[in-house]
Write a protein that binds this ligand. Structure first.
Ligand SMILES: [Zn+2]
Length: 495
């Protein structure tokens, strides 16, 4: 018996390992029993009410993105807005509409970035987040990285573990929280007390493992599995269409519904909740003491924004100089709560994002190494009640060397070069002025042409001299010295 049990626990840990790529909400048998008991208790309350899904309930969402201050978790707020949009489509049959309680907050704290997905405990981490960063009466969603999961969400009956605070932990990578993924919809299913459709399948006990049959005298679907009879018995399986050959405890082949969001079948196949699941989620929303607080914040204004914005700066054919901050500008949209301003690469890699209030400008500085590259900026007007009503305005632009030296004004007058003018082959001697005393004895020095081409890259040693690698043609050059975060420039004239 002992050997048999060991084998079982091995089999279970193996499936949990696989499952860990998807969702961290895995109640034990005891916890599942407690969930069933909680469902019964809720329904026996004298105040219990059941409302039809025709009655739309609006739920405020507060998102937190965890960063360690270095942009390590650059979760794109635009992706989050799209996720809320998609969530509203998936939850329309449930009669739930999600909107933004306020903007997205960034948490600069490396303690909440997972460093070891084996020893770090997502449930504990979520608990700490709920205590330090929390908006009452809203659905709090935390985007972090490194969990080894796609997400996890405590059940209503676990609320006492968090002193009644509720929230969802999400992994911010594209596979879990990208456009078209279903993790958030799935985790919210747990948040509203839904179990996996394959719950208990591995237990080898009819107490937990659901039979395929729906014959009234033979079935156990009310008390085993996820507790719903309109979700077919399922097995932890990622295939879609289903290709598994597993059998239930009575020897019947499983025939799961791969479209159910609470299964593990691929995201691309999942799009719905069953009628019983929907009724239960709504029962929880109206009766669970820590979920019904969402009812306090009902919105009635669903009107979309009438206008879109247009990007005014940079102009369509304008390039953006590197060095000093460039001011991006766009047109005002009446009735907007905020704007999401983004700079990204042409492959949509996020470079910078900012949620902008009460102004229609944002600033960003490009580096000399960006010269010649093309970037794009985008602006999305955000109305919290309608998180997906606007599509972004996008402008592409190239990074150039400033056409006017005045653009780099505050980076000049920090050092002089001798001899200057130069014959094009004479060693440059650097003299710092204005009291500037760089600490490093290995400063990075670049010689650039005025169109931004790097001609030479050297390290400045204690002698503060730069030997030219090649003979420079007559013309004007920029000498750039980088000292940590500071960049200084001087003009070099070659005659
Ligand atoms: Zn799950």
């Amino acid at each position: 018996m002992r050997i048999f049990l060991s084998f079982l626990s091995f089999a279970l840990s193996f499936t949990l390992l696989q499952a860990s790529e998807h969702c961290g909400t895995h109640p034990t048998s005891n916890e599942t029993q407690a969930i069933f008991q909680y469902r019964q208790e809720l329904k026996s309350l004298s105040s219990f009410q059941r409302r039809s899904s025709n009655e739309i309930v609006t739920i405020p969402v507060k998102a937190f993105v965890i960063d360690n201050g270095t942009g390590v978790n650059k979760y794109d707020v635009q992706t989050f807005l799209t996720q809320i949009c998609e969530l509203n489509e998936l939850y329309a049959p449930v009669g739930m509409y999600f909107y933004l309680a306020s903007d997205v907050s960034f948490i600069n704290d490396s303690r909440y970035i997972f460093t070891d997905k084996v020893t770090d405990d997502p449930e504990k981490l979520l608990g700490e987040l709920l205590f330090h960063y929390y908006l009452p009466n809203a659905l709090n969603v935390y985007y972090t990285i490194g969990t080894g999961l796609c997400g996890m969400a405590p059940f209503p009956s676990w609320s006492n573990r968090y002193e009644g605070r509720t929230g969802v932990l999400m992994e911010a990578n594209k596979q879990c929280a990208g456009v078209g993924t279903k993790t958030l919809a799935h985790e919210l299913g747990h948040h509203f007390d839904l179990l996996h459709t394959f719950q208990g399948y591995e237990s080898n006990s009819p107490l937990y493992s659901e039979y395929v049959t729906r014959e009234p005298a033979l079935r156990n679907c009310e008390t085993a599995g996820d507790g719903f009879c309109d979700t077919p018995a399922d097995v932890l399986d990622y295939s879609c269409p289903y290709t598994g050959t597993a059998k239930d405890l009575k020897g019947a082949f499983y025939s799961p519904d791969v479209s159910l969001l609470m299964s593990y079948h691929k995201d691309v196949c999942q799009y719905k909740f069953s009628d019983e699941e929907i009724a239960h989620m709504r029962d929880i929303l109206y009766n669970d003491p820590y979920r019904k607080v969402y009812l306090n914040n009902q919105i009635t204004d669903f009107s979309p924004l009438a206008d879109t914005t247009s990007i005014e700066l940079p102009k369509a054919t304008e390039s953006v100089p590197y060095g000093s901050p460039f001011t991006f500008q766009w047109s005002t949209v009446p009735g907007v709560d905020a704007y999401l301003f983004k700079v990204s690469t042409l492959t949509d890699k996020l470079v910078y994002q900012e949620i902008v209030y009460n102004r229609t400008t944002a600033q960003y500085s490009f580096n000399a190494s960006d010269v010649g590259r093309t970037f794009q900026c985008s602006v999305i007007p955000i109305k919290f009640n309608r998180p997906c009503s606007q599509s972004p305005q996008v402008r592409r632009f190239k990074i150039s060397v400033p056409t006017s030296i005045s653009d780099l004004e505050n980076t000049f007058n920090q050092f002089t070069i001798y001899p200057n003018p130069n014959k094009g082959n004479q060693t440059l001697s650097i003299h710092f002025i204005n009291g500037l005393k760089p600490q490093s004895n290995s400063l990075s020095v670049k010689i650039l042409s005025l169109n931004g081409q790097e001609i030479q890259h050297s390290i400045l040693d204690n002698s503060f001299q730069i030997k030219l690698n090649q003979s420079l043609a007559a013309g004007v050059y920029l000498v750039q010295i980088i000292d940590g975060e500071n960049t200084f420039h001087s003009k070099l004239l070659v005659q």
